[in-house]
Design a protein around this ligand. Structure first.
Ligand code: MG
Length: 172
């Protein structure tokens, strides 16, 4: 059985993952409106991944006899001044998520809730990848600046991203 503290913190994490999904969908819609269909695709895949993260947490809370409470999702920005700004906002947000995951991990450890700690390990690793990917695109978009051909090529590259369910869901 989950402690009440961890149940509450996991519910906050579910809300944060759904907020992340909403944020990336909004970025995708902004890119779409600017004719950047490939970058929009990348953010829409990100949107699906974040929903999957929320689902993993929801499944976990349910499996431990907890209760998932879906709270309202706060509003997100609707426009970013540049592609670079969107990826910088992505990295800043993922750093916050990493801090939340680390905090959950510390809570689980302090409570000697090893099942929760084990479940969180996947997210600890996932966050390394999330930050690394966002940083990678920040570097690339800085490099090309306002070069139209560079933007066109990166839009093509991001357009090739496809969604695959994260392993904790795929193995169910
Ligand atoms: Mg996430």
């Amino acid at each position: 059985m989950l402690s009440k503290d961890l149940e509450k913190a996991l519910n906050e994490q579910i809300n944060a993952e759904l907020w992340s999904a909403y944020l990336y969908l909004s970025m995708g819609m902004d890119m779409e409106s600017k004719g950047l269909g490939g970058i929009a695709n990348w953010f829409k895949v990100q949107f699906k991944e974040e929903q999957a993260h929320a689902e993993i947490f929801m499944n976990y809370v349910n499996s431990r006899g907890g209760r998932v409470i879906l709270a309202p999702i706060a509003a997100v920005d609707t426009e970013w001044p540049s592609i670079l700004a969107a990826f910088e906002a992505t990295l800043a947000h993922e750093k916050k998520v990493t801090a939340m995951i680390n905090n959950l991990y510390a809570m689980a450890e302090a409570e000697k809730d090893y099942a929760t700690r084990s479940m969180l390990t996947w997210f600890v690793d996932e966050q390394i990848e999330e930050e690394e990917t966002a940083q990678g695109y920040i570097d690339k978009f800085k490099l090309i600046g306002n070069d139209g051909m560079g933007i066109y090529m990166l839009d093509q590259e991001l357009g090739s991203r496809t969604y695959t369910a994260p392993s904790p869901l795929a193995s169910e």
